[in-house]
Design a protein around this ligand. Structure first.
Ligand code: NAD
Ligand code: ISE
Length: 334
């Protein structure tokens, strides 16, 4: 049986997920698309033989759509996810779940009232082989209790619509989530400090920025966010524990040795670096959605990360440490 899927938002990652849902993974047919850019949606729909809907809400209500993929911009996710829950349809929502803690709480209240998980959040790093191996090493006690996590998140460049707030609530949100995943603890406080402005970035961006997290159990996390690093898409991570360390390996498939030097390849962007992780997260989503439910990163995970980015935005203004006031975790997410 092929699950009938509707996609809202047909930009960069919307198109990439459509490619994997139609050409890589078995189990679904894309029957509907919608985008505020109607021409873009029409072009994509024509290539798929799918229907175009003038609004996301109309697409969600369609009898031809059993499950949703929400890949519109972050600030527009909440109403679509709420409408999908109201319709009882499973939804894969790209990160961030929403750009405010208040919107995440509304989604959590709706899913809890529904009584069953329907939402998977697109924190694909949790499906990456490297991060999964790091987690296994920590869980096996090979490095002792984790004390520090150093995370580096460098984009070669970001598109014109990318704003200064997005450094925190669109980019850093991944590092916050993966810190929670690896250390298995919530974030208690956050502070943010911009470095000397890079001459290679846009004047309106506080680039690069350092974000520091204090986890509830006392572990510390430092995160570098650079969004015009130029040389490629570079993701690094190292956890220091009481008796050892574990780091992500370099990802180049080859090392070239020549003229007294050795060199590897660096991918251009997230599409290449996390190609397998995106495949795996959507494979898991399709499997659960076909059963009318959801798996993987939850609304709680989406909420917890956005609670931190909300506080980080405030910390950037005050220059102080900002405590995170978390809701109580509902039983649905235990
Ligand atoms: P994009 O700007 O390329 O595409 C967004 C699309 O959404 C555009 O086509 C735009 O017209 C459309 N859109 C905007 N508002 C809309 C609305 N109200 N209703 C319907 N469509 C609307 O952006 P993108 O890079 O594809 O990012 C989209 C989402 O995916 C963001 O939430 C982003 O954070 C996330 N993303 C995640 C990853 C990842 O690594 N997991 C990578 C890239 C993007
Ligand atoms: C983008 O939305 C992503 O999620 C990428 O993984 C991240 O590296 C980039 O900074 C974001 O803008």
């Amino acid at each position: 049986m092929s699950l009938r899927v509707g996609v809202i938002g047909t930009g960069m990652i919307g198109q990439d997920h459509i490619r994997r849902l139609t050409k890589v993974l078995p189990g679904c047919t894309i029957t509907a698309v919608s985008d505020v850019d109607g021409d873009r949606a029409a072009k994509i729909a024509a290539g798929l033989g799918a229907q175009v809907f003038p609004t996301g809400e109309a697409l969600i209500a369609s009898g031809d759509v059993e499950a949703l993929v929400v890949t519109s911009t972050g600030a527009t996710h909440a109403p679509y996810v709420l409408a999908a829950i109201a319709a009882g349809k499973p939804v894969f929502c790209e990160k961030p779940l929403a750009t405010t803690q208040a919107d995440c709480r509304a989604i959590m209240a709706a899913e809890v009232a529904h009584g069953k998980r329907l939402v998977q959040v697109g924190f694909m790093r949790r499906f990456d082989a490297g991060y999964r191996a790091m987690k296994r090493v920590i869980a096996a006690g090979k490095i002792g209790a984790p004390l520090l996590f150093h995370s580096v998140h460098r984009n070669a460049s970001v598109p014109p619509g990318y704003s200064n707030d997005m450094m925190l609530n669109d980019t850093c949100v991944h590092d916050i989530d993966i810190a929670r995943f690896l250390i298995e603890d919530e974030v208690a406080a956050v502070t943010v400090k911009a470095a000397r402005h890079s001459g290679n970035t846009r004047p309106d961006l506080a680039d690069p920025t350092l974000v520091l997290l204090e986890m509830a159990g006392g572990a510390l996390v430092d995160i570098e966010i650079s969004v015009f690093i130029g040389y490629g898409y570079d993701i690094r991570g190292e956890v220091s524990g009481e008796t050892g360390t574990v780091s992500l390996a370099e990802t180049s498939p080859v090392i070239v040795k020549s003229a007294g030097q050795y060199a590897g390849e660096i991918g251009a962007d997230w599409r290449e670096r996390f190609i397998d992780a995106y495949d795996e997260e959507l494979r898991a989503w399709l499997f659960a959605a076909a059963e009318g439910t959801a798996t993987g990163p939850s609304v709680w995970d989406g909420y917890a990360a956005t609670a931190v980015t909300d506080a980080a935005l405030a910390a950037r203004t005050t220059g102080e440490w900002q405590a995170i006031a978390m809701a109580e975790k509902p039983g649905l997410y235990q």
